[in-house]
Design a protein around this ligand. Structure first.
Ligand code: AMP
Ligand code: ZN
Length: 112
């Protein structure tokens, strides 16, 4: 996808601080962290929203969770973490390429 910053990170055109990569996903540090630890987990295929999921994309996301469960302890998140997916502009989605925010490394507020 032209002009998509995450597609450019996937292709290597834009540098990132990658902590994990396989055929389907890449995980790297967010450039503007909102917690002491803030990673982004990005499927390599470009699509914007959960509404665009199909079986194949859902399987990729499912496997991403399996991978996260396996590697998160090695990423400094033993104390707990939060996974967030912003969907649409009103929710603060600024990059139109589906991604999981993974936040941790400190106590996280949860206000209701
Ligand atoms: P969202 O606002 O949910 O779409 O999240 C987009 C995230 O991408 C923001 O937290 C940005 O800080 C982050 N971001 C944007 N450009 C880059 C980049 N080149 N490298 C790493 N993170 C980025
Ligand atoms: Zn993209």
């Amino acid at each position: 996808m032209e002009n998509c910053v995450f597609c450019k990170i996937v292709s290597g055109e834009i540098a990132s601080r990658k902590v994990y990569e396989n055929d389907e996903i890449v995980i790297f540090h967010d450039i503007e962290p909102l917690a002491r630890i803030h990673y982004l987990c990005v499927p390599k295929e470009h699509f914007k929203t959960i509404a665009e999921l199909n079986d194949r994309r859902a399987e990729v996301l499912g496997r991403a969770f399996v991978t996260l469960g396996r590697i998160l302890p090695s990423l400094g998140l033993e104390g707990g973490y939060r996974i967030v997916i912003n969907q649409g502009e009103a929710a603060g989605q600024t990059v139109p390429h589906l991604h999981l925010h993974i936040l941790g490394g400190e106590p996280l507020k949860w206000e209701k």
